[in-house]
Design a protein around this ligand. Structure first.
Ligand SMILES: [Zn+2]
Length: 453
């Protein structure tokens, strides 16, 4: 083919299994047309990022754009994603005022995505606390990427606990669809009793958030959900494990024939209880941060290839919800989209690990689990030309640089030294972030239907 490419981006090309020094990615019609090395092929536009890393645009497999203000949150969150090199957002269904519990609600959410999103989005679906199992087949047919259920109740409507028998019935239906079901894994009884005791004793300081959600609260829930998965054939996925044991439990169930996987969030690869004490409400998320020894065990699990993928669990609560002196009064969840790529590269770098792990765990693997790997998550000809360009250096993460709504410009990583920053983001062959400004417009993001099972 002698026609020039639409776009060529030059740099160190980092895919899931190799780095091409002095390489390039070429796009035509929004898709990757070639990946190569050496002289720049003819193109209508060339971006010279020699010396910078070019990765697949990240696929964040777990976030909550709409837990706080509803679907209005999609625009700002995806703007922040664009500035952070996250080109695919997989959004949770626990939205206010209505979670995504049937194909009708899903259709309405898809319309908002296509009107307001800056990057592409796949969507989870869920079920109502009772009587929701019948909607499962319709949600799958309408293109959700996965289901999400919880063993722990934050809110009976938005984020309900699904009891064991309802979960069993749901898993049977979900197994027929072939879709994975991600589970928020905390044991309600344990957490509620410990929390009530702490509150009654007036112990509401930050560390009590971790003390009232001990490792056992997670691992007990892990056992329950994987037993239900084994009994039904459903692919059960731990939505976030803060513990290496979660991944060992999943591996144990896989060895028994279950489809069992688990996900880590980037915060569980670096944050500790000391950070919870330092940050107070801004360090509150569920499950909580653990101790430094656990962080090391998490890295061992990652290097042992036990972690399916790494996500953010981005949950944009306004700062006003995170500053109460009573830790139990603060919202649970961290802002993490825009810091995701720099932080992940930094953590790998600090351990002398290759950025190929980031291409694998933060792009290829989540794309595969969510059934969008035919379009997203890699640097192969035919896939969408979604790119993250990172400049190495010494930078301090500045929460003021977050491009979401003003009340969401806070970060648990404020001031942290980063070894990289995002200097460009490309979505389907278009530059949507140039290192300074979000260039894309709301509505340029598209809904991604699950294609593969
Ligand atoms: Zn979450």
């Amino acid at each position: 083919m002698t026609d020039p490419f639409d776009l060529v981006v030059r740099g160190e090309v980092v895919s899931a299994d190799a780095i091409i020094a002095d390489g390039y990615v070429a796009a035509r019609g929004g898709r990757i047309a070639a990946v190569g090395q050496g002289a720049t092929p003819p193109a209508l536009r060339t971006l010279d990022h020699r010396g910078h890393l070019i990765l697949p645009g990240l696929v964040d497999g777990h976030m909550h754009t709409s837990s706080s203000i509803g679907w209005e949150g999609i625009e700002g969150a995806t703007r922040s994603a664009a500035a952070g090199g996250v080109t695919t957002c997989v959004d949770m269904p626990y939205d206010v005022p209505r979670p995504v519990t049937d194909a009708g609600v899903l259709a309405e959410k898809i319309a908002v995505v296509e009107r307001t999103a800056h990057v592409d989005m796949a969507l989870y679906g869920t079920i109502r606390k009772t009587g929701g199992v019948d909607a499962i087949a319709g949600l799958a047919a309408a293109g959700i990427s996965a289901f999400k259920l919880s063993t722990y109740e934050y809110d009976p409507v938005r984020f309900p606990r699904i009891d064991h028998l309802t979960m069993l019935a749901a898993f049977r239906e979900i197994a027929k669809t072939g879709l994975p079901v991600a589970i928020h894994n905390e044991d309600q009884e344990l957490v509620d009793r410990l929390t009530a005791e702490a509150r009654a004793a007036g112990r509401t300081q930050p560390i009590m958030h971790a003390r009232t959600r001990p490792p056992l609260a997670e691992t007990m829930a892990d056992q329950d959900i994987f037993e239900l998965g084994l009994a039904t054939g459903a692919h059960v996925h731990i939505a976030h494990s803060s513990l290496a044991r979660g991944f060992s439990i999943a591996a144990g169930f896989r060895a028994q024939g279950a489809r069992a996987t688990g996900e880590a969030c980037v915060q569980y690869l670096c944050m500790t209880e000391a950070d919870l004490e330092r940050l107070g409400g801004r360090g509150k998320c569920n499950p909580p941060f653990r101790n430094p020894e656990e962080v090391e065990l998490m890295w061992a699990a990652l290097l042992d290839n036990k972690i399916e993928y790494v996500s953010t669990d981005h949950a944009p609560w306004p700062l006003a919800r995170k500053t109460d002196a009573d830790i139990f009064a603060c919202g649970a969840g961290l802002i993490g989209l825009q810091s995701f790529a720099p932080l992940m590269l930094t953590l790998l770098d600090e351990r002398g690990l290759s950025p190929t792990l980031m291409a694998r765990l933060c792009a290829a693997r989540p794309a595969r689990l969510h059934g969008i790997g035919d379009r997203k998550g890699g640097l192969r000809p035919g896939l969408d030309c979604d790119l993250l360009v990172l400049e190495r250096g010494e930078f301090a993460f500045d929460q003021a640089a977050i491009v979401d709504r003003p009340e969401l410009r806070w970060s648990p990583y404020h001031g942290r030294r980063m070894r990289a920053r995002v200097v460009a983001t490309v979505l389907r062959g278009q530059v949507i972030w140039d290192g300074q400004t979000v260039l894309g417009r709301p509505g340029e993001g598209k809904f991604l239907r699950r294609a593969t099972r």
